[in-house]
Design a protein around this ligand. Structure first.
Ligand code: PEP
Length: 251
């Protein structure tokens, strides 16, 4: 089954208002009319409104890097799904490795966020991936399987296709080390088979699984050419319009 590639840029805690606007201006020029590939950008919370306005009449979608699972109330420092919808977000990255391993988010917490995002009409990008020590201890499949299963607990067959899975080996994020296309494909194939077992064949055929971890224009085509890799979640290279466009247009 042909799945449309999906490339998303995770700006992390980078840019200023001025540099965010400059970057988006260039991106609209370079990839704003993309129709072969779905494109999203995920700026910091504080710039979502300004960036969202600039991409309104383009094919670039807006995403956030995180959210909380409550509607509102005494949750200092948190942002709700309705706030993200208010400023035009379509996607939300959940369970990014920096949130799992720097901030300490658990699979259970991430699952609550996934359920809330879906309920409120946001499309989650659920990140999974093993640490270097886990890969070296031959635990990659077990770790990723657990993250997918717990992350999607309670998500119905009707809703699961709203989710994109991003396989991001932690040792490849921001390190310049990329999983080889074969290493990535092996994990993607496992995830797809798992989703077939958890749901059904339509889900495993249709759900998009991005790869993330030092993706650049020079390695994107080979990675995204693997049978079970349906695009990329891009960190560092999403901060330069030309580099990000090179990934979106990679073939
Ligand atoms: C990411 O932040 O999701 C990521 C993959 O980062 P990088 O592309 O910089 O490795």
């Amino acid at each position: 089954m042909a799945r449309k590639l999906f490339v998303a840029g995770n700006w992390k805690m980078n840019t200023s208002l001025a540099s965010a606007k400059a970057l988006v201006g260039e991106l609209v020029e370079l990839v704003g009319k993309s129709d072969k590939v779905d494109v999203a950008i995920c700026p910091p919370f504080t710039y979502l409104g300004a960036v969202g306005e600039m991409i309104l009449s383009s094919n670039i979608a807006l995403g956030a890097q995180n959210m909380f699972y409550e509607d509102n109330g005494a949750f200092t420092g948190e942002i709700s799904s309705s706030m993200l919808k208010d400023v035009g977000c379509k996607y939300v990255i959940l369970g990014h490795s920096e949130r799992r391993h720097v901030i300490g988010e658990s699979d259970e917490l991430i699952n609550r966020k996934v359920l809330k995002a879906i309920t409120d009409g946001l499309a989650p990008i659920l990140c999974v991936g093993e640490l270097l020590a886990e890969r070296e201890a031959d635990q990659t499949m077990e770790v990723v399987r657990r993250q997918v299963k717990v992350g999607l607990e309670g998500v119905s067959v009707a809703d699961v296709l709203k989710v994109t899975i991003a396989y991001e080996p932690v040792w490849a994020i921001g390190t310049g080390k990329t999983a080889s296309p074969a290493q990535a494909q092996e994990v993607h194939a496992m995830i797809r088979e798992l989703l077939g077992n958890m749901y059904d064949k339509n889900v495993s055929d249709s759900i998009r699984i991005q790869y993330g971890g030092s993706v650049k224009a020079s390695n994107a085509a080979e990675l995204m050419g693997q049978p079970d890799i349906d695009g990329a979640l891009v960190g560092g290279a999403s901060l330069k319009a030309g580099d990000f466009a090179g990934i979106v247009n990679a073939e």
